[in-house]
Design a protein around this ligand. Structure first.
Ligand SMILES: *Cc1c(COP(=O)(O)O)cnc(C)c1O
Length: 374
Protein backbone atom coordinates (compact mmCIF):
# COMPACT_ATOMS: atom_id res chain seq x y z
CA UNK A 1 0.00 0.00 0.00
CA UNK A 2 2.99 2.29 0.56
CA UNK A 3 3.30 2.77 -3.17
CA UNK A 4 -0.30 3.95 -3.54
CA UNK A 5 -1.37 7.56 -3.12
CA UNK A 6 -1.29 8.51 0.58
CA UNK A 7 -0.29 4.95 1.47
CA UNK A 8 2.77 6.22 3.31
CA UNK A 9 1.15 9.35 4.74
CA UNK A 10 1.97 9.48 8.44
CA UNK A 11 0.59 11.50 11.36
CA UNK A 12 2.25 14.87 11.51
CA UNK A 13 2.39 15.34 7.73
CA UNK A 14 1.41 18.76 6.42
CA UNK A 15 -1.77 19.40 4.44
CA UNK A 16 0.27 19.98 1.29
CA UNK A 17 1.63 16.42 1.50
CA UNK A 18 -1.81 14.87 0.92
CA UNK A 19 -2.05 13.46 -2.58
CA UNK A 20 -5.29 14.16 -4.39
CA UNK A 21 -7.98 13.17 -4.88
CA UNK A 22 -8.54 12.27 -1.23
CA UNK A 23 -11.26 12.24 1.38
CA UNK A 24 -10.23 14.62 4.11
CA UNK A 25 -11.92 14.69 7.51
CA UNK A 26 -11.87 17.88 9.56
CA UNK A 27 -11.15 16.21 12.89
CA UNK A 28 -12.43 19.00 15.12
CA UNK A 29 -15.65 19.47 13.13
CA UNK A 30 -16.34 15.72 13.22
CA UNK A 31 -15.81 15.60 16.99
CA UNK A 32 -18.19 18.55 17.42
CA UNK A 33 -20.83 16.76 15.32
CA UNK A 34 -20.44 13.57 17.38
CA UNK A 35 -20.76 15.49 20.64
CA UNK A 36 -23.72 17.55 19.40
CA UNK A 37 -25.77 14.51 18.39
CA UNK A 38 -24.90 12.70 21.63
CA UNK A 39 -26.09 15.79 23.49
CA UNK A 40 -29.39 15.86 21.57
CA UNK A 41 -30.06 12.21 22.38
CA UNK A 42 -29.17 12.61 26.04
CA UNK A 43 -31.35 15.71 26.39
CA UNK A 44 -34.30 13.92 24.79
CA UNK A 45 -33.73 10.80 26.89
CA UNK A 46 -33.34 8.45 23.92
CA UNK A 47 -30.57 6.02 23.04
CA UNK A 48 -28.28 6.87 20.16
CA UNK A 49 -27.22 4.18 17.71
CA UNK A 50 -25.45 6.02 14.88
CA UNK A 51 -25.68 4.47 11.44
CA UNK A 52 -22.21 3.28 10.41
CA UNK A 53 -23.18 2.88 6.73
CA UNK A 54 -22.19 6.57 6.45
CA UNK A 55 -18.56 6.15 7.48
CA UNK A 56 -17.95 2.37 7.29
CA UNK A 57 -15.01 3.04 9.58
CA UNK A 58 -14.45 1.42 12.97
CA UNK A 59 -12.38 4.35 14.27
CA UNK A 60 -15.36 6.68 13.79
CA UNK A 61 -17.70 4.14 15.37
CA UNK A 62 -15.44 3.85 18.42
CA UNK A 63 -15.53 7.65 18.88
CA UNK A 64 -19.33 7.61 18.64
CA UNK A 65 -19.57 4.87 21.27
CA UNK A 66 -17.06 6.67 23.49
CA UNK A 67 -19.37 9.72 23.28
CA UNK A 68 -22.33 7.72 24.57
CA UNK A 69 -23.79 5.75 21.66
CA UNK A 70 -25.09 2.29 22.67
CA UNK A 71 -23.55 0.71 19.56
CA UNK A 72 -23.98 1.21 15.84
CA UNK A 73 -26.46 0.39 13.11
CA UNK A 74 -25.33 -1.09 9.80
CA UNK A 75 -27.05 -2.10 6.58
CA UNK A 76 -25.13 -5.22 5.55
CA UNK A 77 -23.85 -8.39 7.17
CA UNK A 78 -20.27 -7.63 6.11
CA UNK A 79 -20.51 -4.16 7.64
CA UNK A 80 -21.58 -5.81 10.90
CA UNK A 81 -18.52 -8.07 10.75
CA UNK A 82 -16.23 -5.09 10.14
CA UNK A 83 -17.67 -3.25 13.13
CA UNK A 84 -17.38 -6.23 15.47
CA UNK A 85 -13.79 -6.80 14.33
CA UNK A 86 -13.22 -3.10 15.01
CA UNK A 87 -14.29 -3.51 18.62
CA UNK A 88 -17.97 -2.54 18.57
CA UNK A 89 -19.91 -4.82 20.89
CA UNK A 90 -23.49 -4.00 19.87
CA UNK A 91 -24.49 -3.91 16.21
CA UNK A 92 -27.95 -3.74 14.65
CA UNK A 93 -28.47 -4.62 11.00
CA UNK A 94 -31.31 -2.28 10.02
CA UNK A 95 -32.22 -4.42 7.07
CA UNK A 96 -33.76 -7.73 6.06
CA UNK A 97 -31.31 -10.63 5.86
CA UNK A 98 -32.71 -13.63 4.02
CA UNK A 99 -29.87 -15.71 2.52
CA UNK A 100 -28.68 -18.67 4.62
CA UNK A 101 -24.93 -17.95 4.39
CA UNK A 102 -25.43 -14.35 5.51
CA UNK A 103 -27.61 -15.41 8.42
CA UNK A 104 -24.98 -18.00 9.39
CA UNK A 105 -22.33 -15.25 9.46
CA UNK A 106 -24.56 -13.00 11.56
CA UNK A 107 -25.38 -15.82 13.96
CA UNK A 108 -21.66 -16.59 14.34
CA UNK A 109 -20.97 -12.91 15.06
CA UNK A 110 -23.63 -13.08 17.76
CA UNK A 111 -21.36 -15.40 19.75
CA UNK A 112 -18.91 -12.44 20.05
CA UNK A 113 -21.17 -9.39 20.21
CA UNK A 114 -24.78 -8.37 20.62
CA UNK A 115 -26.26 -8.61 17.14
CA UNK A 116 -29.71 -7.50 16.08
CA UNK A 117 -31.52 -7.53 12.77
CA UNK A 118 -34.80 -6.40 11.27
CA UNK A 119 -37.45 -8.88 10.17
CA UNK A 120 -40.62 -8.17 8.18
CA UNK A 121 -41.85 -11.66 7.23
CA UNK A 122 -42.41 -15.05 8.86
CA UNK A 123 -40.02 -16.79 6.44
CA UNK A 124 -37.25 -14.40 7.43
CA UNK A 125 -37.94 -15.08 11.10
CA UNK A 126 -37.78 -18.85 10.61
CA UNK A 127 -34.54 -18.63 8.62
CA UNK A 128 -32.90 -16.39 11.26
CA UNK A 129 -34.06 -18.71 14.02
CA UNK A 130 -32.56 -21.75 12.27
CA UNK A 131 -29.22 -19.94 11.83
CA UNK A 132 -29.07 -18.86 15.47
CA UNK A 133 -29.93 -22.35 16.70
CA UNK A 134 -27.22 -23.85 14.49
CA UNK A 135 -24.64 -21.37 15.82
CA UNK A 136 -25.77 -21.69 19.42
CA UNK A 137 -26.32 -17.93 19.62
CA UNK A 138 -29.20 -15.50 20.06
CA UNK A 139 -30.19 -12.78 17.59
CA UNK A 140 -32.15 -9.74 18.74
CA UNK A 141 -35.03 -8.94 16.43
CA UNK A 142 -36.75 -5.69 15.62
CA UNK A 143 -39.93 -6.28 13.67
CA UNK A 144 -39.77 -3.69 10.92
CA UNK A 145 -43.01 -1.92 10.10
CA UNK A 146 -43.90 0.04 6.98
CA UNK A 147 -43.56 3.61 8.24
CA UNK A 148 -44.28 5.58 5.07
CA UNK A 149 -41.34 4.87 2.80
CA UNK A 150 -42.94 1.91 1.00
CA UNK A 151 -39.75 -0.11 1.02
CA UNK A 152 -39.20 -2.85 3.61
CA UNK A 153 -41.52 -3.41 6.55
CA UNK A 154 -44.66 -5.40 7.29
CA UNK A 155 -48.00 -3.64 7.72
CA UNK A 156 -48.29 -1.93 11.12
CA UNK A 157 -50.79 -3.01 13.76
CA UNK A 158 -52.08 -6.57 14.02
CA UNK A 159 -49.89 -8.12 11.27
CA UNK A 160 -46.73 -6.76 12.91
CA UNK A 161 -47.86 -8.01 16.32
CA UNK A 162 -48.54 -11.43 14.85
CA UNK A 163 -45.01 -11.53 13.44
CA UNK A 164 -43.64 -10.35 16.81
CA UNK A 165 -45.45 -13.25 18.50
CA UNK A 166 -43.83 -15.69 16.08
CA UNK A 167 -40.38 -14.16 16.74
CA UNK A 168 -41.01 -14.38 20.46
CA UNK A 169 -41.86 -18.08 20.15
CA UNK A 170 -38.99 -19.12 17.88
CA UNK A 171 -35.76 -20.47 19.43
CA UNK A 172 -32.59 -18.47 18.96
CA UNK A 173 -34.47 -15.16 18.55
CA UNK A 174 -35.26 -12.53 21.11
CA UNK A 175 -38.09 -10.11 20.32
CA UNK A 176 -36.53 -6.74 21.10
CA UNK A 177 -39.03 -4.31 19.60
CA UNK A 178 -39.90 -2.37 16.47
CA UNK A 179 -38.03 -0.68 13.67
CA UNK A 180 -39.88 2.28 12.12
CA UNK A 181 -37.60 4.18 9.77
CA UNK A 182 -38.95 6.66 7.24
CA UNK A 183 -36.02 7.11 4.85
CA UNK A 184 -37.60 9.41 2.29
CA UNK A 185 -38.74 11.78 5.06
CA UNK A 186 -35.07 12.54 5.78
CA UNK A 187 -34.75 14.43 2.51
CA UNK A 188 -38.03 16.38 2.44
CA UNK A 189 -37.00 20.03 2.15
CA UNK A 190 -39.58 21.69 4.41
CA UNK A 191 -39.82 21.26 8.20
CA UNK A 192 -43.61 20.93 7.90
CA UNK A 193 -43.29 18.19 5.32
CA UNK A 194 -40.87 16.26 7.53
CA UNK A 195 -43.12 16.71 10.57
CA UNK A 196 -46.16 15.37 8.66
CA UNK A 197 -44.21 12.33 7.46
CA UNK A 198 -42.94 11.44 10.94
CA UNK A 199 -46.39 12.04 12.45
CA UNK A 200 -47.68 9.41 10.02
CA UNK A 201 -44.88 7.02 11.01
CA UNK A 202 -45.78 7.71 14.64
CA UNK A 203 -49.36 6.63 14.05
CA UNK A 204 -48.06 3.35 12.62
CA UNK A 205 -45.87 2.87 15.71
CA UNK A 206 -48.73 3.67 18.09
CA UNK A 207 -51.09 1.26 16.33
CA UNK A 208 -48.46 -1.49 16.51
CA UNK A 209 -47.64 -0.87 20.19
CA UNK A 210 -51.37 -1.22 20.93
CA UNK A 211 -51.53 -4.49 18.99
CA UNK A 212 -48.46 -5.77 20.86
CA UNK A 213 -50.09 -4.88 24.18
CA UNK A 214 -53.12 -6.95 23.19
CA UNK A 215 -50.74 -9.91 22.91
CA UNK A 216 -48.89 -8.96 26.11
CA UNK A 217 -45.71 -8.33 24.16
CA UNK A 218 -43.42 -5.51 25.14
CA UNK A 219 -41.28 -3.49 22.69
CA UNK A 220 -38.17 -2.56 24.66
CA UNK A 221 -36.83 -0.73 21.62
CA UNK A 222 -38.55 1.41 19.03
CA UNK A 223 -35.85 2.40 16.55
CA UNK A 224 -35.63 4.66 13.52
CA UNK A 225 -34.78 8.25 12.52
CA UNK A 226 -32.00 9.79 10.47
CA UNK A 227 -30.20 13.11 10.30
CA UNK A 228 -33.17 14.86 8.66
CA UNK A 229 -35.81 14.01 11.27
CA UNK A 230 -34.13 12.74 14.46
CA UNK A 231 -35.45 15.58 16.64
CA UNK A 232 -39.03 14.67 15.69
CA UNK A 233 -38.67 11.00 16.62
CA UNK A 234 -36.63 11.79 19.74
CA UNK A 235 -39.36 14.13 21.05
CA UNK A 236 -42.28 11.91 20.03
CA UNK A 237 -42.47 9.79 23.16
CA UNK A 238 -42.71 6.77 20.84
CA UNK A 239 -39.21 6.12 19.57
CA UNK A 240 -36.52 5.46 22.18
CA UNK A 241 -33.55 4.75 19.90
CA UNK A 242 -32.41 7.04 17.07
CA UNK A 243 -30.09 5.96 14.23
CA UNK A 244 -28.79 9.05 12.41
CA UNK A 245 -25.75 8.50 10.24
CA UNK A 246 -24.96 11.42 7.94
CA UNK A 247 -24.64 13.98 10.77
CA UNK A 248 -21.10 12.83 11.51
CA UNK A 249 -19.77 14.15 8.17
CA UNK A 250 -22.77 15.89 6.52
CA UNK A 251 -23.25 16.54 2.80
CA UNK A 252 -24.65 19.14 0.44
CA UNK A 253 -28.07 17.49 0.31
CA UNK A 254 -28.55 17.61 4.09
CA UNK A 255 -27.09 21.10 4.37
CA UNK A 256 -29.88 22.27 2.04
CA UNK A 257 -32.56 21.04 4.48
CA UNK A 258 -31.78 23.33 7.39
CA UNK A 259 -30.62 26.95 7.56
CA UNK A 260 -28.22 27.07 9.22
CA UNK A 261 -27.34 23.36 9.08
CA UNK A 262 -27.39 21.82 12.58
CA UNK A 263 -24.12 20.00 11.91
CA UNK A 264 -20.89 21.04 10.23
CA UNK A 265 -19.45 19.78 6.99
CA UNK A 266 -16.66 17.57 8.31
CA UNK A 267 -15.65 15.57 5.25
CA UNK A 268 -14.37 16.97 1.98
CA UNK A 269 -13.13 15.74 -1.33
CA UNK A 270 -9.78 17.39 -1.82
CA UNK A 271 -8.92 17.63 -5.52
CA UNK A 272 -6.33 19.45 -7.62
CA UNK A 273 -6.34 21.34 -10.90
CA UNK A 274 -4.67 19.18 -13.56
CA UNK A 275 -5.55 21.21 -16.66
CA UNK A 276 -6.77 24.71 -17.41
CA UNK A 277 -7.85 26.79 -20.32
CA UNK A 278 -6.99 30.47 -19.87
CA UNK A 279 -10.21 32.47 -20.28
CA UNK A 280 -12.16 29.29 -19.71
CA UNK A 281 -12.22 26.43 -17.31
CA UNK A 282 -10.16 24.39 -14.87
CA UNK A 283 -10.22 20.58 -14.75
CA UNK A 284 -9.91 18.63 -11.48
CA UNK A 285 -8.48 15.17 -10.82
CA UNK A 286 -11.75 13.91 -9.25
CA UNK A 287 -14.91 12.50 -10.83
CA UNK A 288 -17.55 9.77 -10.42
CA UNK A 289 -14.91 7.45 -8.99
CA UNK A 290 -14.16 9.96 -6.23
CA UNK A 291 -17.55 11.42 -5.33
CA UNK A 292 -21.07 10.07 -5.79
CA UNK A 293 -23.43 12.32 -7.76
CA UNK A 294 -26.79 10.61 -7.09
CA UNK A 295 -27.79 13.60 -4.92
CA UNK A 296 -26.16 16.22 -7.08
CA UNK A 297 -22.68 17.10 -8.18
CA UNK A 298 -19.93 17.83 -5.66
CA UNK A 299 -19.91 21.56 -4.80
CA UNK A 300 -16.68 23.54 -4.66
CA UNK A 301 -16.34 25.57 -1.49
CA UNK A 302 -14.32 28.65 -0.64
CA UNK A 303 -14.49 29.37 -4.39
CA UNK A 304 -16.96 30.92 -6.82
CA UNK A 305 -17.06 28.38 -9.63
CA UNK A 306 -19.74 26.44 -11.46
CA UNK A 307 -19.38 22.70 -11.72
CA UNK A 308 -19.70 21.69 -15.35
CA UNK A 309 -19.29 18.21 -16.72
CA UNK A 310 -18.47 15.41 -14.29
CA UNK A 311 -17.00 12.23 -15.79
CA UNK A 312 -15.25 9.21 -14.31
CA UNK A 313 -11.98 10.92 -13.43
CA UNK A 314 -12.59 14.60 -14.22
CA UNK A 315 -14.65 17.52 -12.99
CA UNK A 316 -14.75 20.61 -15.17
CA UNK A 317 -15.09 23.90 -13.30
CA UNK A 318 -16.47 26.64 -15.52
CA UNK A 319 -15.13 30.16 -15.15
CA UNK A 320 -12.33 29.00 -12.90
CA UNK A 321 -9.41 29.71 -15.16
CA UNK A 322 -7.75 31.87 -12.51
CA UNK A 323 -6.81 28.67 -10.67
CA UNK A 324 -3.21 27.69 -11.38
CA UNK A 325 -2.19 24.15 -12.24
CA UNK A 326 -1.85 22.08 -9.09
CA UNK A 327 -4.13 24.34 -7.04
CA UNK A 328 -6.07 22.47 -4.35
CA UNK A 329 -9.87 22.62 -4.62
CA UNK A 330 -12.13 21.58 -1.74
CA UNK A 331 -15.47 20.02 -2.63
CA UNK A 332 -18.52 19.07 -0.58
CA UNK A 333 -19.98 15.76 -1.77
CA UNK A 334 -23.67 15.71 -2.72
CA UNK A 335 -24.25 12.41 -0.88
CA UNK A 336 -21.85 11.27 1.79
CA UNK A 337 -22.50 7.51 2.13
CA UNK A 338 -21.77 6.37 -1.43
CA UNK A 339 -18.84 8.81 -1.60
CA UNK A 340 -17.09 7.23 1.41
CA UNK A 341 -17.72 3.81 -0.13
CA UNK A 342 -15.42 4.80 -3.01
CA UNK A 343 -12.35 5.27 -0.81
CA UNK A 344 -9.96 3.02 1.10
CA UNK A 345 -8.98 5.58 3.69
CA UNK A 346 -10.00 8.77 5.42
CA UNK A 347 -7.27 11.36 5.92
CA UNK A 348 -8.00 12.97 9.28
CA UNK A 349 -6.64 16.49 9.61
CA UNK A 350 -6.23 18.52 12.79
CA UNK A 351 -6.17 22.32 12.93
CA UNK A 352 -7.56 22.47 9.42
CA UNK A 353 -7.59 25.94 7.87
CA UNK A 354 -8.58 25.47 4.25
CA UNK A 355 -8.14 29.10 3.30
CA UNK A 356 -4.60 29.26 4.65
CA UNK A 357 -3.81 25.79 3.31
CA UNK A 358 -2.85 24.71 6.80
CA UNK A 359 -3.44 21.59 8.82
CA UNK A 360 -1.66 18.54 10.13
CA UNK A 361 -2.46 14.90 9.43
CA UNK A 362 -3.76 13.48 12.70
CA UNK A 363 -4.43 9.94 11.49
CA UNK A 364 -5.18 7.86 8.42
CA UNK A 365 -8.16 5.61 9.06
CA UNK A 366 -9.00 2.60 6.91
CA UNK A 367 -12.59 2.45 5.64
CA UNK A 368 -12.86 -1.20 6.73
CA UNK A 369 -16.37 -1.81 5.48
CA UNK A 370 -15.80 -0.10 2.15
CA UNK A 371 -17.25 -2.35 -0.55
CA UNK A 372 -18.93 -4.51 2.10
CA UNK A 373 -22.06 -5.27 0.10
CA UNK A 374 -22.65 -8.81 1.35
C1 LIG B 1 -29.64 5.38 6.36
C2 LIG B 1 -30.35 5.01 7.58
C3 LIG B 1 -30.24 5.81 8.71
C4 LIG B 1 -29.38 7.05 8.76
O1 LIG B 1 -29.82 8.02 7.91
P1 LIG B 1 -29.04 9.39 7.65
O2 LIG B 1 -29.99 10.06 6.77
O3 LIG B 1 -27.77 9.06 6.97
O4 LIG B 1 -28.81 10.04 8.94
C5 LIG B 1 -30.92 5.43 9.84
N1 LIG B 1 -31.67 4.30 9.86
C6 LIG B 1 -31.77 3.50 8.79
C7 LIG B 1 -32.58 2.28 8.87
C8 LIG B 1 -31.13 3.83 7.61
O5 LIG B 1 -31.25 3.04 6.56
Amino acid sequence: MGTRANGALAPGAALAEIETPALVVDHAAMLRNIARMAGHAAAAGVRLRPHAKTHKCAAVARLQVAAGAVGVAVQKTDEAAAMVEGGIGDVLVTNQVIAGPKLARLAALATEARIGLCIDAAEGARAASAAAVAAGSTLDVLVEIEAGQRRCGCPPGAPAAELAALVDALPGLRFEGLQAYHGTAQHIRTPGGRADAIAGAGRAVRETLDALADRRLDARTVGGAGTGTFALEADSGLWNEIQPGSYVFMDADYAANHQPPPFEQALFVLASVISRRPGGHAVLDAGHKTAAIDSGKPRPIDLMAEVGEVSDEHIVLAAADALPLGAPVWLTPGHIDPTVNLHDRLIVVADLDRGAGEGRVEAVWPVEARGACG
